[in-house]
Design a binder for this molecule. Structure first.
Ligand SMILES: O=C([C@H](O)CO)[C@H](O)[C@H](O)COP(=O)(O)O
Length: 218
């Protein structure tokens, strides 16, 4: 399982500091949507240059003009760019084609998806990477219902699944039981009092879980 550090609502300097603090424990770096809106594609370019061996996710949250935005993300050095699941099928097909041209990947953000029918359609289009997402604003009034989220993808074992939404040291163990491919953690690390320690603990929990997990079915 990958640990993806999400950089949201942070200054440029703090983004770099958070990566430095956690780089031994994280696998993927996500440049958050708000950070891209603040600093533009330049910050994606700079982070890739500084940390070339990390997989870089540009959380573009594209929902239209897919070709253009996917080119922007990959040209800036992203390995993966995100596209919203409610986008037109044409948008998703266009971004998948651009990803193929750049040898990159598209992660479809399933924020708000409640119906498995959309997962089937996405899978038919050729999507192979999705993120189950309990949104930041939803976190203000509720908690991630993991069972419901993971039920959406349980009939699609070929999909690689990431999960995001307020994950912290306390909620990590029960999420691990669903065996996602990637755990996306933002504020659980970036707002913790000791980012390095939190990231080390999370990576340790993932490694232990995998070592003890003989049943690899989702
Ligand atoms: O995608 C995200 C969200 O929409 C804010 O832009 C976050 O990166 C994702 O939810 C992870 O952040 P936390 O919820 O703080 O762990």
């Amino acid at each position: 399982m990958n640990l993806q550090l999400a950089l949201d609502r942070m200054s440029r300097e703090d983004c770099f500091q958070a990566i430095e603090d956690t780089k031994e424990s994280i696998d993927w770096i996500e440049v958050g949507t708000g950070v891209i809106k603040e600093y533009g594609m330049e910050i994606v370019r700079e982070i890739k240059k500084a940390f070339p061996h990390k997989t870089l996710v540009a959380d573009m949250k594209t929902c239209d003009a897919g070709k253009h935005e996917a080119v922007q993300a990959f040209e800036a050095g992203a390995d993966i760019t995100t596209v919203m699941s409610f986008s037109a099928d044409q948008t998703i097909k266009d971004t998948l084609k651009v990803a193929e041209d750049f040898h990159g990947r598209i992660m479809i953000d399933l924020l708000g998806v409640k119906d498995e029918a959309r997962i089937r359609e996405l899978s038919d289009i050729g999507v192979d990477l999705v993120s189950l997402h309990f949104g930041k604003d939803m976190q203000e009034t509720g908690e991630m219902q993991e069972e419901d989220l993971f039920t959406l993808v349980k009939h699609y074992p070929h999909l690689q699944v990431a999960v995001a939404g307020g994950i912290n040291l306390g909620s990590l163990p029960s999420i691990l039981d669903h065996r996602p491919d990637t755990l996306i953690v933002g504020s659980g690390i970036t707002k913790s009092s000791d980012r390095q320690d939190t990231a080390v603990k999370m990576k340790g929990m993932i490694t232990n879980y995998e070592a003890n997990d003989s049943n690899r079915q989702r």
